[in-house]
Design a protein around this ligand. Structure first.
Ligand code: MTE
Length: 408
C-alpha cells in the first residue's frame, strides 16, 4: 500500500519537524537505519530475528521479519505472567544496547513552564516513588493473518497469528510525577515519547525515530515509565533501560528505549498516528478512523494451529482470554466449528488489563479435521463477533478464531 505522493511528502516533513538534532547526543551509536521488513515476509522457524538480542528458540517463537511472535503453545503450563524469555518482540528496526549510566530522559516542549528542557538520569527516575502494575501488552496487529486466512481479506503488515501479546508485572515511575517535576503547564495538550532505536525507513522514506503522541489526560492517568519487568530489570529487547507502558492501549503507545518526551501546548501527530495505527478501508472515512487507542477482546488456545489430537481420549484444552475494556466475564468453547458451545473454567480472577487462563475438556471421537473455537465476553458486554470489520492494515482483529486441528 503506497500512500499518495502528497501524503508521503507531508510525512517526510512531519518526520523532520521534531527537534531531533537537539537531542542527537542522547541516541546510542548505531549502524545505518534498517529498512522495514517486507510486510508479507514469510515466517522463519528456528532462525534469529535480525536485531533481537535474546535467544529465540523455535519452540518458543516464530520469527516474522524483525519481530518474534510468541508460540501460544509455549505458554501452556506457565503462570498468568509471561516469562521474559517467551515474551513477543516487536521491533521496527533493531534492539539498541544502552547502558543505564549513559541514559537520560529529556522532557521538553512548549507545554512546560518556562519551556526549558528538564533531564532525568536513571538513578533520579528510580528514586521517584514507584508503582507496580500487571498489564498485557498487545500489538494492534495481533491476529492480523486471520483477515486473510479466515475472512479472505488480505491486509498489509506482519502476519501475526495470536502471539503478539504478553502479560507482565511492570514497575516504574508514574509519567504523571515526571511531567509534574518537569513543570507541565495547564496549557499542555499532548505528550510525545520517542525511542532511541534507529530511525525507521518505510517505502524509502525516513520516518524518524519511533514515537507516538498521547493526550495529556491519558499521560496523567495510568502511564508508567517502567524499568522492571516481572521483578527484573527490563531486558534489552523490551526497552532497557526505560520504556513507556500505556495500559490497555495498542502496543505501539508503549515506546521502548525511551529517550525524550515532548510536551506540547498544541496537538501533535507522528506517522504512527497518521499513516499507521488507524483504520483505513471501505468501512472507514477517506482519511481513516481516529488514531487507535484501546485494544479489543480475544481468546487463544495454547495449542499449535494444525495440531494433531488423539481420538477417544479426554484432552484438557487450555488457553487465555483477554479484553482491554473490562474484566473477562466468560469464555465459551466450541469443538464442532461453532454448532454447540460450552463454558470454559476460568483459572484466574479476571481483572481489567490482564488476561485469564481457562481450561475445557474435550473427548473427540470422529477422526479427521476439526475446528476449535473460543469466544470471550467481557463484563462490559463486549464479545467476539464471527467476522471482524476489515481494514487495509489489518489492525484490531477481534473475531472468533477457527483453530484447525486433526483428530487422529
Ligand atoms: N518502541 C520503540 N522505540 N521501537 C519500536 O519498534 N514497537 C512498538 C512498541 N514500542 C516499538 C516500540 C510496538 S508496535 C509494540 S507492539 C510494542 O513496543 C512491543 O513491545 P515488546 O517488543 O516489548 O513486546
Amino acid at each position: 500500500m503506497s500512500p499518495a505522493p502528497d501524503r508521503r511528502q507531508l510525512l517526510k516533513l512531519l518526520a523532520a519537524a521534531p527537534v531531533a538534532a537537539q537531542f542527537a547526543a542522547a541516541a546510542p551509536a548505531e549502524a545505518a537505519p534498517a529498512e522495514a521488513a517486507p510486510a508479507d515476509a514469510a515466517p522463519v522457524v528456528g532462525a534469529a530475528a535480525p536485531g533481537v538480542v535474546k535467544p529465540l528458540p523455535p519452540e518458543l517463537f516464530t520469527i516474522r521479519g524483525t519481530n518474534a511472535e510468541t508460540n501460544f503453545a509455549a505458554l501452556r503450563g506457565t503462570g498468568p505472567l509471561t516469562p521474559a524469555d517467551r515474551f513477543f518482540v516487536r521491533n521496527h528496526t533493531s534492539t539498541p544496547r544502552i547502558a543505564e549510566a549513559d541514559w537520560k530522559l529529556t522532557v521538553w516542549g512548549s507545554g512546560l513552564h518556562g519551556r526549558r528542557p528538564v533531564e532525568f538520569s536513571y538513578d533520579r527516575l528510580r528514586s521517584l516513588p514507584s508503582v507496580t502494575r500487571t498489564a498485557v501488552l498487545e500489538c494492534a496487529g495481533n491476529g492480523r493473518s486471520f483477515y486473510a486466512s479466515q475472512q479472505g481479506e488480505p491486509a498489509t503488515g506482519t502476519a501475526w497469528t495470536l502471539g503478539a501479546i504478553g502479560a507482565a508485572h511492570w514497575r516504574g515511575a508514574r509519567l504523571r510525577d515526571v511531567l509534574h517535576l518537569a513543570g507541565i503547564s495547564s496549557t499542555a495538550v499532548d505528550v510525545l515519547p520517542r525511542g532511541l532505536d534507529d530511525e525507521f525507513i518505510s517505502d524509502g522514506a525516513n520516518l524518524g525515530r519511533v514515537r507516538r503522541p498521547l493526550p495529556v489526560a491519558k499521560a496523567l492517568d495510568d502511564v508508567i515509565l517502567a524499568y522492571e519487568m516481572n521483578g527484573e530489570p527490563l531486558p534489552y529487547d523490551h526497552g532497557f533501560p526505560v520504556r513507556v507502558i500505556v495500559p490497555s492501549w495498542v502496543g505501539i503507545a508503549s515506546i521502548k528505549w525511551l529517550g525524550d518526551i515532548e510536551v506540547s501546548d498544541r496537538p501533535l501527530s507522528s506517522p504512527w498516528t497518521t499513516e499507521f495505527y488507524r483504520l483505513f478501508g471501505a468501512a472507514y472515512p477517506a482519511g481513516g478512523s481516529e488514531p487507535l487507542t484501546r485494544q479489543t477482546v480475544k481468546a487463544a488456545f495454547e495449542l499449535p494451529l494444525g495440531a494433531s489430537v488423539g481420538a477417544g481420549r479426554t484432552h484438557r484444552l487450555t488457553g487465555r482470554a483477554w479484553s482491554a475494556s473490562a474484566p473477562v466475564r466468560q469464555v465459551e468453547i466450541s469443538t464442532d466449528g461453532g454448532a454447540h458451545w460450552q463454558r470454559a473454567r476460568l483459572r484466574d480472577t479476571p481483572h481489567r488489563g490482564g488476561w485469564v487462563r481457562w481450561t475445557a475438556d474435550w473427548r473427540p471421537h470422529a477422526i479427521g479435521p476439526a475446528e476449535l473455537l473460543a469466544r470471550t465476553t467481557d463484563r462490559a458486554g463486549n464479545t467476539q463477533p464471527e467476522r471482524s470489520v476489515h481494514n487495509t492494515q489489518g489492525y484490531l482483529f477481534d473475531a472468533v478464531v477457527r483453530h484447525p486441528v486433526t483428530v487422529v
